[in-house]
Design a protein around this ligand. Sequence first.
Ligand code: KIV
Length: 282
Amino acid sequence: MTKKTTVPDIRARKGGPKITMVTAYDYPSAVIADRAGLDIILVGDSVANVVHGMSTTLEIGLEEMIVHARAVRRAEPSALFVVDMPWLSFHISPEDAVRNAGRIVQEGGAEAVKLEGGRKRIPVIERILDAEIPVMGHLGLTPQSVNTMGGFKVQGKVVEAAREMIDDARALAEVGCFSIVLEGVPDVLGELITKEVDVPTIGIGAGPNTDGQVLVYHDVLGIGLGHHAKFVRAYASIGEESIEALKRFAADVQSGAFPGEEESYHVSDEVVAELLRGQSSG
Ligand code: KIV
């Protein structure tokens, strides 16, 4: 049996070996990710786009996140199990944020929560940590800020913004986040922040020099058929393969090739004979 990965295990991975993380939104994807030996499984709020077809993550709520978390939890992953706090679940007040993080742990079975934002979120993070809930930070292209960023744009491209992000990362590490996701930032900034903080950084579009990498499950497997960000590498073409498989199924149904003998249930010859006799006399 694979050893359970815990928050302290991830915290201790600063500097290597590299941390691997992938999203999963349901039971089968969690089983598959866990069998592949990934270190962290994240129920990301990207479920809004990837599974529900929403255009932003602002549309997904706490109840839906908990439903997805419960499905993933049932896979009993050896990987550390982290769940995103959706938009507005940690913006109203620290009390509200603790209550919502608590629901994600109590009802969703999460072992840690992730939330977007820098120094602005420190009071909230402190309160969640105080409730013994580990927190993963998230900086850079934070999709919940799509409207203030003016779109899904790479962040920290000018010196002032890059310095602000370094200060945000320092603050998240100092307050006690056990790791920080860096999304959509220049490679040099990914590397600089990684050197500046003593907790692991996990990059997505942040270059190769972070302490780990995360991708969305559907992107890694090539399930989604739409536009992909520059940082995505697909390791399979499951979407295209699925279309071909379903076309073959439909063709076999039309031609009568499916189902065959081996895919049908049978009864004894006596039962068949009796049944047929009943038919003809009736
Ligand atoms: O929601 C998500 O999938 C994420 C990853 C990009 C880290 O936050």
